[in-house]
Design a protein around this ligand. Structure first.
Ligand code: SF4
Ligand code: SF4
Length: 341
């Protein structure tokens, strides 16, 4: 194999992203029947209570980042680890650790929304022959929207909400079935949700990563944390042949060819630029700007941090929810009537 050919990095990333996406679709499918079981008084699934509970994969809690933010505050301030949706806290914490060490790689390698968003942009490029660029003045303004949303959640959850109130919320019925509410978000879409998602889809056909670039508060937080990451994409001007492939292929629209070091909070550590660079030694991942890090090792570390955290949580008994079969039996039928306390 040509030593400058690092296209395997792209394929590895697609494999990880879509592997996780497919797993979550399967987890959602099983969760649907889990919920139906409690709505149909036991008809949807057969087996012991323990076997029924196994149809609820804890990974679905990755879709509860606001609950995870509350749980993180409770954990840090009171030392209490959320037992209702512990997997949400584990996934959220590992995303923060990833950002701190390995750039915003949760967005670039793990998040299924990122994978879909990127693919819709590629589909748009196929259909229309190109993606369009938002004018620079509008781009700056729009990019601030996700930081405003992030600041709002941090203000409400981290600054305003006392730990005691978080504890009461987490122990309440509403939070116990927050995952069921999230399922309904997808299976029983309101007209507003359908219109919003359709609009997002259409916009993403024309403009790259609309959700991630302009709206996602989760990505905004990870981007800010990633400022402190010792890992950066570094360009060596001496070896660079100025082909522009890095800039052209960067999903985050970063002008890599003009930078010596990519510091932007938009960089997801996706390694697409590195994988496209044809000049040996021109573009690499570096640690503290001093040591070059093998990009394959960088990719392996992302997987190791995520799955290592999940493994540790499982061993420590902090992965599966403590909500019991009887509680699901009592609360799930009330889901649509339960409002935010
Ligand atoms: S600079 Fe490179 S690693 Fe960062 S987002 Fe762009 S392509 Fe991905
Ligand atoms: S892809 Fe590599 S050689 Fe081409 S401009 Fe970027 S850093 Fe330079």
């Amino acid at each position: 194999m040509d030593k400058t050919d690092r296209s395997y990095l792209r394929y590895a990333r697609y494999a990880v992203q879509w592997g996780i996406f497919l797993f979550l679709v399967y987890a959602g499918y099983r969760f649907f029947f889990f919920v139906e079981h409690f709505l149909a008084h036991g008809a949807a699934l057969q087996g012991t209570e323990e076997a029924i509970l196994r149809n609820r994969f804890p990974s679905i809690e990755g879709f509860l980042p606001i609950g995870a933010l509350m749980a993180l505050k409770l954990w840090i301030t009171e030392g209490v680890f959320d037992s209702i949706h512990p997997a949400a806290l584990v996934i959220f914490s590992s995303a923060l650790v990833l950002a701190l060490v390995l750039k915003k790689s949760f967005c670039g390698w793990i998040c299924p929304v990122g994978a879909i968003s990127e693919s819709v942009g590629k589909l748009g490029r196929r259909v229309f022959g190109r993606n369009f660029l938002v004018p620079r003045y509008a781009d700056y303004g729009l990019r601030s929207v996700k930081y405003v949303l992030m600041a709002f959640f941090i203000y409400v959850v981290v600054l305003k909400m006392p730990a005691a109130a978080i504890f009461r919320f987490i122990e309440g019925d509403y939070y116990k079935i927050a995952d069921v509410k999230m399922l309904y978000f997808f299976t029983e879409m309101t007209a507003t949700t359908t219109v919003s998602l359709s609009l997002l889809f259409v916009l993403s056909l024309f403009y790259k990563n609309v959700w991630c670039r302009y709206l996602c508060p989760y990505g905004a937080l990870l981007g800010l944390v990633s400022f402190f990451s010792p890992m950066k994409i570094n360009r060596n001007d001496q070896a660079c042949i100025h082909c522009g492939k890095c800039t052209k292929n960067c999903p985050s629209l970063l002008p890599v060819e003009r930078l010596n070091s990519v510091r932007s909070p938009e960089c997801t550590g996706c390694l697409t630029c590195v994988s496209h660079c044809p000049a040996k030694g021109a573009l690499d991942v570096s640690l503290m700007k001093r040591r070059t890090v093998n990009p394959a090792l960088f990719a392996c570390l992302i997987i190791a941090v995520l799955f290592g955290s999940i493994g540790i949580a499982q061993l420590a008994g902090k992965w599966h929810s403590a909500v019991t079969y009887e509680e699901y039996q009592r609360i799930v039928p009330q889901t649509s009537r339960l409002d935010h306390p």
